[in-house]
Design a protein around this ligand. Structure first.
Ligand code: RIB
Ligand code: CA
Length: 313
């Protein structure tokens, strides 16, 4: 039984490996569509990069949509310093052949979710939550079609990576994150607390390069570029490979562990804007609204990635 998913993403080298992992796993995941959002780089580039990844994977059956070009309230903040000007620096990409769908990504989300069975679709979010929140605001009834939202974002014991308090995906659009975390929907979060345990070390990158296919070469090149910023920033032997954790948690849940926790988003202007405020020790007595993962079997994670990426062209 395959699991219908929609990937919402701001590619981004780590998004790229997440998307390729999903597209390499058709026995488990029915990727209905990829919806691009502004984040790591502006929307014209994130949608183009999503199309490039569909081309690379050979899964040209998967449609790509462009969603929102900016957050709901805040001005757009991007991360070319991490991902390069293209968003996928580190590999020489041809122009994409896969067309961009004409329909707006938010309207696609609403249409797909309204047509789905109750709880029929898992949303996998790899970037800011703008598209998801806009769909929920524009057509609240579409929530019925959402079985779960599995997100990369936030951080608690690890703090933030963009401000001391906030992780990039949440900080770019804290108001969208607030809409999602207050929605009452089934939520799973893969924050920095877990992704910082999954470092793309040189040995792990070399394994991708040795796959002998175009995909492995592209991933090794992208991660080598992606590493330079975070290795300098964290002084570790590799960059945290954030986004594929979302897809891996669906493919091999036993690689991860965490607990149900009350999570709220700080939307007040100031030092902690965009913070995922997690009541990890239950001091508020609030009801838990999110499964927060804080443990990963990193070797198993990279093993899964290498084995699945080997399947692609
Ligand atoms: O903070 C890491 C997250 O922000 C990842 O999703 C990365 O791709 C960027 O979007
Ligand atoms: Ca991302």
């Amino acid at each position: 039984m395959t699991r219908p998913i929609i990937i919402d993403t701001d590619p981004g080298q780590d998004d790229a490996l997440a998307i390729l992992l999903a597209l390499a796993s058709p026995e488990e995941l029915d990727v209905r569509a990829i919806v691009a959002v502004a984040g790591n780089v502006p929307l014209p580039l994130t949608q183009k990069n999503a199309r490039r990844l569909v081309d690379l994977s050979g899964r040209t059956d998967v449609p790509v949509y462009a969603g929102c070009p900016r957050p709901m309230v805040c001005p757009l903040r991007t991360a070319e310093n991490v991902h390069g000007r293209s968003g996928l620096d580190g590999h020489d990409w041809p122009e994409p052949a896969t067309p961009l769908q004409a329909q707006h990504g938010v309207d696609y989300l609403i249409e797909a979710l309204m047509a789905a069975d109750e709880g029929g679709i898992t949303l996998c979010t790899l970037g800011p939550l703008t598209n998801i929140a806009m769909a929920l605001v524009k057509e609240p009834r579409c929530a019925r079609g959402i079985g779960e939202i599995v997100m990369m974002g936030g951080g608690f014991f690890e703090g933030g990576n963009t401000t001391p308090a906030a992780e990039f995906n949440i900080l770019v659009d804290p108001h969208a994150a607030h809409v999602v975390f207050a929605s009452g929907l089934k939520l799973t979060l893969l924050p920095l607390d877990v992704t910082h345990q999954a470092l793309a070390t040189p040995a792990r990158i070399a394994r991708f390069a040795a796959l002998g296919n175009k995909t492995g070469k592209a991933c090794a090149g992208m991660l080598s570029f992606f590493n330079r910023h975070d290795v300098e920033k964290y002084g570790e032997d590799g960059a945290p490979l954030h986004d594929p954790c979302v897809i891996a948690s669906l493919l091999q849940p036993d690689l991860f562990a965490g607990k149900m926790v009350p999570v709220q988003i700080d939307i007040a202007p100031g030092l902690t804007l965009g913070m995922t405020v997690m009541d990890w020790w239950g001091v508020t007595g609030e009801a838990a609204n999110c499964m927060v993962m804080n443990r990963i079997n990193a070797d198993g994670y990279f093993d899964l990635l290498a084995k699945r990426l080997a399947r692609l062209p």
